[in-house]
Ligand binder design. Structure first.
Ligand code: FPP
Length: 489
């Protein structure tokens, strides 16, 4: 979202059960949320009952509306975008000097109407100069003031100003706002030099001027343009024939929707599980102790967690220590337990900042009290976050199934596939979509036996400490190409 929209929403969110003149910003998701907070939207100031609080939208209002609000004793919360306010000021200044004012904008848009209210009788609202007969009212060579609605097509505005200059003595403050222009420039850069199978998807509402202009710029630059205001609309689009798709958004589109849409389009797995194998071999190849390999592996894990977050992956589960790993030399086991405790403590700040929920799966009774206390404290502290990081310690797929069966027997509950799930270590977490195993071993090693019944597998020869962002993308790309039939056709 642009600065003006963000500020308007921040102001509005402090209020409840108030009136709002016009949509606060032109985005249906934002409006739905405000309606849930008790916002009542009206298109005429006269429809706000006397003495009530009214919010003026980010698009601004005319002086006449301000006067009416005053006369009706309304308490006003003004969220007009500062850049729109600047255009109002310029239009008023031109008008006060007696200049005819040309507004390059959509006469039906509330922002253009608000600006028009500053200009007295010298108003000329022109959506498209060539089609407008209004210019005939101004004689050739006359001095005129030109302003623009802030969300127009920047190239069109420049072209129209140039056209006006051929006939009039033009003074101008006709610029689209920076957020609008930057996005239009980005779309042009994206389209430049690409062939015709390029598409641009603009995420934004059909009522949003800057979103519509983005789609227009995409089409003018040779792309097939799509506009979608919700995830359902994105899902309904037929993208056949499109090779490369660029995605952009209007300035009032919530980032959450943008992330959801990109995740859907890229076919990113929701849950990735990783068997982090090869730490020992990595260390041995370098003449180091195995513990050094685990330390390097822990560093890689921190990076992978961030990369998964960047890609919109909601759940990451990693296999850190199996029920069979207790058979390793005591020195290595102790080293790993110390490393787990240290890593978890050092990552606490990152989990809080990046809003990651930490959970352990495995046999808790096998762990030292000190390590378990660290784990439980971190689980409690992060329990409210949505994105999840699950670490399997003293974990075995068979052990999990046996533990689940025993818990069900204790309860005396007959099991079905659905009720069995309730006894797993993390019953609410969806099954992994993708399991990655590093170091070239082609087996599952007792990892998530129940949960991976229909998971996709990706094996790589790379040793875990060397697992890179590019390698993660290769795994995701491989997953995205697969057709998951899950037993169907
Ligand atoms: C398998 O490699 C790796 C492990 C058993 C340990 C994995 C642990 C980490 C990466 C640290 C993670 C830290 C936290 C807090 C989760 P291996 O030793 O079996 O390698 P090898 O097969 O080459 O011997």
């Amino acid at each position: 979202m642009c600065g003006g929209v963000n500020a308007a929403i921040a102001k509005a969110l402090k209020l409840k059960d108030v009136w709002c003149l016009h949509e606060l910003v032109h985005n249906e998701i934002v409006i739905r949320e405000l309606k849930d907070l008790g916002f009542k939207f009206v298109d005429r100031i006269e429809d706000v009952p006397e003495g009530e609080t009214v919010v003026f939208s980010a698009h601004g209002v005319s002086p006449a509306v301000r006067e009416t609000a005053k006369a009706r004793h309304l308490k006003v919360v003004d969220t007009t975008c500062p850049f729109v306010a600047k255009v109002h000021k310029a239009a008023k200044a031109f008008s006060d000097r007696g200049l005819p004012v040309v507004i390059l904008g959509d006469p039906k848009h509330v922002e253009a109407k608000g600006i028009a209210g500053e200009c007295g009788e010298w108003l000329h609202q022109i959506a498209n100069l060539r089609e407008s007969g209004e210019l005939a009212r101004i004689s050739k060579g006359q001095k005129i003031g030109v302003v623009s609605q802030t969300t127009m097509n920047a190239d069109e505005v420049a072209r129209q100003v140039a056209e006006l200059r051929t006939r009039y003595d033009v003074e101008t403050m006709a610029e689209v706002c920076q957020a609008t222009k930057e996005r239009q420039d980005a779309v042009k850069r994206f389209c430049a030099g690409r062939r015709s199978e390029v598409g641009v998807l603009v995420l934004g509402s059909k009522t949003s001027s800057n979103s519509k202009r983005l789609a227009e710029v995409a089409a003018q630059n040779g792309a097939k343009a799509f506009l979608a205001g919700s995830l359902d609309e994105v899902k309904a689009i037929d993208f056949s024939g499109i090779g490369t798709l660029g995605v952009t958004s209007g300035a009032s589109t919530p980032e959450r929707f943008f992330m959801e849409a990109v995740k859907f389009l890229r076919n990113v797995p929701e849950h990735v599980a990783i068997i982090m194998d090869g730490n020992g071999r990595w260390a041995t190849q370098r003449g180091k102790r195995r513990g050094e390999g685990h330390k390097a592996g822990a560093k890689t894990l921190g990076d992978v967690l961030n990369w998964c977050g960047d890609r919109g992956i909601k759940y990451l589960t990693v296999y850190a220590f199996s029920t069979e790993n207790w058979k390793r030399p005591q020195e290595e086991v102790n080293g790993l337990m110390t490393l787990f405790a240290r890593m978890l403590k050092s990552k606490e700040k990152d989990f809080m900042k990046n809003r990651v929920r930490f959970r352990m799966i495995g046999r808790r009774g096998d762990l030292s009290k000190k390590l378990l206390d660290t784990i439980v404290a971190l689980e409690k502290k992060t329990a409210h976050f949505e994105r999840q990081f699950l670490v399997a310690i003293s974990y075995g797929g068979r052990a999990e199934i046996v533990d689940a069966v025993n818990a069900a027997i204790k309860k005396g509950e007959p099991l079905t596939e659905e009720t069995f799930r309730n006894y797993l270590y993390a019953p609410d977490v969806p099954d992994p979509d993708l399991v990655i195993r590093t170091s070239g071993e082609l087996r599952t090693s007792n990892f998530l036996l129940w949960e991976t019944a229909y998971s996709e597998y990706y094996f790589t020869d790379v040793l875990w400490p060397d697992f890179s962002e590019a390698e993660l993308d290769k795994a995701i790309e491989s997953y995205a190409q697969r057709h998951r039939r899950k037993g169907g056709v």
